[in-house]
Design a protein around this ligand. Structure first.
Ligand code: HEC
Length: 138
């Protein structure tokens, strides 16, 4: 009988370890979720009047825009300026674009900007996460 108790501390510490692993995984995934939740909210508030993620509206579809070459969403009628810009959308370009589209690409057709730097970076992080789904689980 005595030695049937011996494994107990091992069992306890193993389950405590498991619990802490589960808890930290939960914490990590919920903070990743929160990170893009605010960007999603801002995107829906500021951008979806003209953009959708999966279809062209007044503006081109933005799902997958991070890492895409500017002016290349299929079937969207771009300004000549953006169609001929030939750069790839990354954090820096998106930040410049949302700060002042005309300063980045003179004579383009998007008449909108986001003056708040923190909001820009939240929106960009959201767009980036959509283009690289595996980053959401990191
Ligand atoms: C008033 C309408 C309007 C709003 C609001 C708007 N956009 Fe646009 N957006 C456009 C138009 C029109 C274009 C195409 C510009 C061109 O062809 O020169 C565009 C183009 C873009 C592009 C380039 C895409 C590509 O395929 O090269 C990005 C990126 C973009 N918008 C992001 C945003 C984001 C993010 C928001 C919200 C913060 C936003 N836009 C809000 C109208 C809008």
């Amino acid at each position: 009988m005595m030695h049937s108790r011996i494994p107990a501390p091992f069992a306890l510490s193993a389950s405590a370890l498991l619990l802490s692993v589960v808890l930290s995984a939960l914490a990590a995934s919920s903070s990743a979720f929160q990170d893009t939740a605010r960007g999603k909210q801002l995107f829906e508030k500021r951008c979806t009047g003209c953009h959708s993620l999966d279809r062209n509206k007044e503006g081109p579809r933005l799902g997958g825009v991070y890492g895409r070459t500017a002016g290349t969403a299929p079937d969207f009628h771009y300004s000549d300026a953006l169609r001929n810009a030939h750069f790839t959308w990354d954090e820096q370009r998106l930040d410049q674009w949302l700060t002042d589209t005309q300063a980045l690409v003179d004579d383009n057709n998007m008449d909108f900007h986001v003056p708040n730097a923190e909001e820009r970076s939240e929106i960009i992080r959201y767009l980036k996460m959509l283009s690289t789904p595996q980053s959401a689980s990191r």
